[in-house]
Design a binder for this molecule. Structure first.
Ligand code: B12
Length: 214
């Protein structure tokens, strides 16, 4: 059985062999808790972040941790069972302008897809104009904005302002997420909801889908 504490520590230590030693155990489990494994990896990245802040790790380590997490998530993905029919409706999703972090976005995207959403993923560093164009073209009624840098909050705010300027705000539900996001930032940005938890994000959007795609 996976030892989640060991998995977290291995990721924090950037010990690839130890990370995959733990993840390989998942194939031997009957009731796989992929969410707990993702959370353990995410906690490992928090260790990486702290070591980066205290100058124990450098940018190269951040890059390596990102690759390691992406590989770990690829290993876990087949165990996240679900429905990829897109029947719940469309959802435009991206990491906002000036932010290049996409690990969290990709995890939440996978959860949205397995819940039954058709996700239109615009990628990273996405400007408000690009988001507006995608919403118009796809006619999606739900927008997810991801950002991990503190400055992403400003980009999220500008995106909501752009929706207002286009007269689209009342028709689009906006959810924001990523490590720095809080209830206060949600209010500042003018979003409808926020979350830093993938499963909770899906529940919020599932309820919205019943409302906006009826
Ligand atoms: C990996 C990493 C990188 C990688 C990213 C690789 C990639 N493909 O994403 C690279 C090397 C590119 C990178 C670059 C930089 N990084 Co960096 N990075 C990290 C690190 C270690 C992990 C981030 C991560 O993936 N976390 C794991 C994911 C799963 O968590 P998450 O994003 O929060 O997502 C979860 C939830 O928030 C939620 N969620 C996410 N998105 C959404 C969206 C919606 C709508 C919803 C509802 C929910 C939701 O669900 C997810 C799953 O639970 C963090 C430290 C940390 N602990 O956060 C630093 C960190 C974010 N980086 C930091 C910094 C400073 C930088 C650089 C400026 C470094 C530099 N000097 O160049 C650059 C900035 C580049 C840029 N313009 O974006 C700082 C940010 C400081 C700040 N407050 O602004 C951090 C916090 C490190 C630190 N402690 O100093 N980084």
């Amino acid at each position: 059985m996976i030892d989640y504490a060991k998995l977290t520590q291995a990721l924090g230590d950037l010990d690839e062999d130890a990370v995959f030693e733990q993840l390989d155990l998942i194939t031997k489990e009957e009731n796989v808790d992929s969410e707990a494994a993702v959370k353990a990896c995410q906690d490992g990245l928090a260790i990486v972040g702290k070591r980066f802040e205290s100058n124990e790790y450098f940018v190269g380590d951040l890059i390596y941790s990102g690759d390691l997490m992406s590989d770990a998530f690829a290993r876990l993905k087949p165990f996240i069972a679900g429905d990829i029919s897109g029947k719940l409706g469309k959802l435009v999703f991206c990491t906002v302008k000036d932010d290049l972090h996409d690990i969290g976005k990709n995890i939440v995207k996978c959860m949205f897809e397995t819940a039954g959403f058709e996700v239109i993923d615009l990628g990273i560093d996405v400007a408000p104009e690009t988001i507006i164009a995608a919403l118009k073209e796809s006619k999606a009624k739900i927008l997810g904005l991801s950002g991990v840098l503190t400055l992403a909050i400003e980009s999220m705010k500008k995106t909501v302002e752009a929706l207002n300027a286009e007269g689209m705000r009342d028709d689009i539900k906006v959810i924001i997420g990523g490590a720095p996001v809080t209830a206060e930032y949600c209010e500042l940005v003018g979003a409808d909801a926020w979350s830093i938890n993938a499963a909770e994000s899906v529940e919020i959007c599932r309820k919205w889908a019943e409302e906006v795609y009826q």
